[in-house]
Design a protein around this ligand. Structure first.
Ligand code: GAR
Length: 222
């Protein structure tokens, strides 16, 4: 079972976490309006869309933005019929310019919250502050362990017996924002980077939609 942080503890006025306005017991009305950012394969992006189509995630993905033209996430969006915008970071002057353009595109698309689903770039305050407490990241470790690049490899290197994945809010400190949900996976003695990454990926695909349903209730409380 995934574990959730008790978000109500962060703000005592939000005690009615499970009964927010606009929540009919099954979904949000209207569904969460999401923007998604991805750099690579895009399996988490597709897992979110599949959860939406199954009725497990009450949301609409308004726009996917990728920074690597032709990446797996872009191809998945084309197959799934989801609007996709390519913003090659190499064509932008600096991170700030890229992030301001990201904000513009997500706002134009009507996104109320953004999910970084395998976005392999550091983001700036310009993006974080445009979506305060509404910018989520998924990371392949049990934070606060193994922040930064290659969370899977870091866990193997450290010899831990349990690793996992974390969905957290993005703040200025890399991979250090408030934790929304986590799931643990065992590390086997014969695990390679690939086998452990696959096990973590399977949990990520389950965790991200559940985490969104959880935090979406807080967003909709206003
Ligand atoms: C996921 O494992 C995600 O946790 C990780 O990138 C992978 C993307 O997979 N993110 C980070 O490492 C961010 N620091 P996907 O493209 O198949 O969704």
């Amino acid at each position: 079972m995934p574990a959730f942080s008790d978000l109500s503890q962060q703000d005592p006025s939000e005690q009615a976490l499970l009964q927010p306005a606009g929540w009919n017991g099954q979904g949000f009305d209207p569904p969460l309006q999401l923007g998604v950012m991805a750099s690579g394969n895009g399996s988490n992006f597709e897992a979110m869309e599949m959860a939406i189509r199954r009725g497990d995630l009450s949301a609409t993905i308004r726009l996917l933005v990728v920074n690597n033209p032709g990446c797996g996430a872009q191809r998945r969006a084309e197959r799934l019929g989801i609007p996709c915008s390519v913003m090659d970071h190499r064509l932008h002057q600096d991170r700030r310019e890229l992030d301001l353009e990201l904000v513009r595109r997500f706002q134009d698309a009507g996104a109320e919250a953004i999910v970084m689903a395998g976005w392999m770039r550091i983001v700036t305050d310009d993006l974080i502050q445009a979506y305060p407490n509404r910018l989520l990241n998924i990371h392949p470790s049990l934070l606060p362990s193994f922040r930064g690049l290659d969370g899977v490899g870091q866990a193997l290197q450290a010899g831990v017996q349990i690793s996992g994945c974390t969905v957290h809010l993005v703040t200025e400190d890399l991979d250090a924002g408030p934790i929304v949900a986590q799931a643990a996976v065992p590390v086997m003695a014969d695990d390679t980077r690939t086998s452990l990454a696959e096990r973590i990926h399977r949990e990520e695909h389950r965790l991200l939609p559940i985490a969104l349903m959880h935090i979406g209730q807080r967003w909709r409380q206003g």
